[in-house]
Design a protein around this ligand. Sequence first.
Ligand SMILES: *Cc1c(COP(=O)(O)O)cnc(C)c1O
Length: 405
Amino acid sequence: MSMQSTLNRALFDQVMVPNYNPAAVIPVRGQGSRVWDQEGREFIDFAGGIAVNCLGHCHPALVGALKDQGEKLWHLSNVMTNEPALQLAKTLTDSTFAERVYFANSGAEANEAALKLARRWALENGGEQKDQIIAFTKAFHGRTFFTVTVGGQPAYSDGFGPKPQGVDHIDFNDLAALEAVISDRTCAVMMEPIQGEGGIIPATQEFMEGVRALCDKHNALLIFDEVQTGVGRTGNLYAYQHYGVAPDILTTAKALGGGFPIAAMLTTAKIAESLKVGTHGSTYGGNPLACAVANAVLGVVNTPDVLEGVTVKHRKFLDGLNAINDKYQVFSEVRGQGLLIGAVLNDDFAGRARDFLVASADEGLMCLVAGANVVRFTPSLVISDEEIELGLARFEKAVAKVKLG
Ligand SMILES: *Cc1c(COP(=O)(O)O)cnc(C)c1O
């Protein structure tokens, strides 16, 4: 596309609902951890489509799976099952605590299914009074009305009329607060092992173990939203495996399709019994095309090579970011696990995460923010050392620009 293209940012405002405010640049092509825009400008991609493109852009295994399945069978509906879905469910149950899988198309949908399952399970196993859902401030679980209500940012759920009832929020990593509100009336506790959108805030080991124990004590389900932390992002296939604390229900999306929309809710055989025939469903959920791509994703990601590589690349990122900080003093902390990394701005730069994102884009680097105070990096799990170095060099230039004003 040339500069004169009529498909430009101005057209967005004329034809799109204004719920997004995208950047001026329009990428048209990607390869590995590089992306090019309409003018042929190159970007290093440390954003990965918000923790989605876990194998970068156009990974040959994913392109191959998409082409192959694309010439066989795209879609059936859930009136019939299909081979890619059966294979994917088998792999997910073999690789996790889970024994049963429900497929959806997005993180919010997987979480919606998890919440509906929990409510139905509680109705059958505790009665109508057992309807309380406990969640955490700053949590993010998606944008359907139920998930946005369970999420911990009222700004996302206010202004749409009456909300689903029975949802209580407490502070993350505050076990005493949980102990004070949980009871036999509690249906489920929902949490991210590492809060992503909330600012890359890991649950402490003590908190994870304490939440599990309190859920067990009150016969409440523990739901881990691993939409952002899952599929190798933290160096384990799922983050719960690092903590050694298993949930009753787990949701996974984002990286599961490596860029193709697919999500899943995982649970045990016993709990799954509550989603009887007809209780829930999705037209596209578990469609052969999406499942074929996800099978290819797991085939690459769920290997010691890639998972151990994530831990090695984590150190490379941390060393690089800490070196930049030694020079420019902009961060109070660099935190996170694997390739889910947050650089927390210090008091001098409080509230200015977006400035770093904009300056990075000007230098040819795509990164993200997580709230107003955290610059977030969620690159491809197989990003090369050379791409990490080049991206960090560009980030250093961006930091220098912001610092010098
Ligand atoms: C992105 C995200 C979601 C929502 O996923 P969508 O695919 O946008 O619906 C839910 N939970 C967490 C933790 C996420 O990071």
